[in-house]
Design a protein around this ligand. Structure first.
Ligand code: C2O
Ligand code: CU
Length: 433
């Protein structure tokens, strides 16, 4: 197989003998340089960063209400810190160097401990030089199970990513490329889904938890050989089950589906150049026990309802990039004319206060805007409240209103999860007291 960008990402890459990740109780995460078989077997290994020797790092799995206690050991040559993406946790555990904790220097450790209040699909990742450390592989899944999980035969996690790989199997190391940063971000030339389990039976019911760990790529997803519904977005149960059509995963977003195996299951990246297989499951045997029944729904999230009448109204302009208009910031990207963290927060809220924030994308690229420590609701075009998210995709030249109850005290980042955009100015913060 030739590793040119077109053939590599444009055609069906062989997907044989790829590693899976395990799931044992995790109480220590050691970040280090690793070597991994990212490319199909027979191709060279790739030097990356990982946790406990692997990338994605080990799956952390707890029950709702159960504590996560992890000692982070930094065995890298540079600082780092772990952010628990999407978890509504104590500010001090949020893993943002300087803002919520000191940088964890090489050789040092940091103890994280929090109890996730919500069941769902989350992930953890480095929050230091993240456009490089995440692109090199410093992330892993964090699963919080419902007290009584839905009845399925398999609960499978799929971490989706793309990598920019050279012919020798090594990652292109130009992570800070300003051309990438001023456009859509660093796109890989090789993409795949890494699954916790790959073998099923015909007729099985699967809960599939998809996580987009890519630093820039928005994945339109098609699921073949599977029938069912989307049951959760960004960890939170959707208010109504959604059909399996027009599935989109922006960077950092998650999507849970509950599906029945009706053919050969395939997770497909519906790219503009055609379908690109991210991973298939192998089907052996038939499940004769399972009888036909409706796809179960998940318990609804238990979050404070917004008070829209008394809401504080704010506007956030997403500015900059190639083919963008002038803005007042001093870097490639800006939010309300400021590049990088402003000294004053974008918003200040009394704990429990509702805000309606209009995100106006005044640029030529999509942005996946992520708020730390909270989930918000996307407001539909008819004004009704949509599903909960922690990362919302705002397409080029479009706007998205979000409603958020700021009930978690602390200083929280709000930034683009196209991580090169974040590094080049697209970040701000809010204060909740
Ligand atoms: Cu998943 Cu501030 O990031
Ligand atoms: Cu962006």
């Amino acid at each position: 197989m030739k590793l040119s960008r077109r053939t590599f990402l444009g055609s069906t890459a062989a997907m044989l003998a790829l590693p899976n990740f395990g799931n044992a109780a995790v109480n220590r995460l050691t970040a280090s340089e690793i070597s991994a078989q990212i490319l199909p077997s027979g191709q060279p290994q790739t030097d990356m960063l990982g946790f406990n020797g692997v990338s994605p790092g080990p799956e952390i799995r707890v029950k709702q209400g159960e504590a996560v206690r992890v000692q982070f050991q930094n065995s890298l040559q540079e600082g780092s810190a772990i952010h628990w993406h999407g978890i509504r946790l104590n500010n001090a555990m949020d893993g943002v160097p300087v803002m919520t904790q000191d940088l964890v220097n090489p050789g040092d450790t940091f103890d994280y401990s929090f109890t996730p209040p919500d069941a769902g699909t989350y992930w953890y990742h480095s929050h230091y030089i993240s456009y490089e450390q995440v692109a090199r592989g410093l992330y892993g899944p964090l699963i919080v199970e419902e007290q009584s999980p839905p009845d399925v035969d398999h609960d499978i996690t799929a971490v989706i990513d793309d990598w920019r790989v050279e012919r020798n199997g090594q990652l292109d190391d130009d992570f800070g490329n300003r051309h990438d940063m001023s456009h859509g971000g660093r796109m890989g030339n090789f993409a795949r889904a890494i699954l916790s389990k790959t073998q099923v039976q015909a007729g099985d019911r699967i809960r599939l938890r998809m996580i987009n760990a890519a630093t820039a790529r928005v994945f339109p997803i098609k699921l073949n050989g599977l029938e069912g519904n989307v049951v959760a977005l960004d960890g939170m149960a959707v208010s109504q089950p959604l059909p399996l059509s027009n599935l989109v995963l922006a960077p950092a977003q998650r999507m849970d589906v509950i599906v029945d195996v009706v053919g050969t299951p395939e997770i497909v990246f519906a790219s503009r150049d055609g379908d690109y297989l991210l991973r298939s499951l192998s089907v052996e045997g038939t499940n004769t026990e399972r009888t036909k029944s409706d796809i179960p729904a998940l318990p609804q999230p238990d979050l404070t309802k917004p008070n829209l009448k008394g809401a504080q109204k704010l506007t956030m302009k997403l500015q900059g990039g190639a083919m963008g208009r002038r803005h007042g910031g001093d870097d490639l990207w800006a939010l309300n004319d400021v590049s990088g963290l402003p000294s004053k927060p974008f918003g200040s809220f009394k704990a429990g206060e509702t805000a309606l924030i209009t995100l106006v994308n005044d640029s030529s690229f999509p942005h996946g805007m992520h708020l730390h420590g909270h989930h918000f609701q996307e407001v539909n075009s008819d004004g009704s409240l949509g599903n909960y998210r922690d990362t919302t995709l705002v397409e080029a030249r479009q706007s998205q209103i979000i409603a958020c109850v700021f009930d978690n005290p602390g200083r929280w980042l709000f930034h683009c999860h196209m991580l090169g955009h974040q590094a080049a100015g697209m970040k701000t913060w809010v204060a909740v007291a």
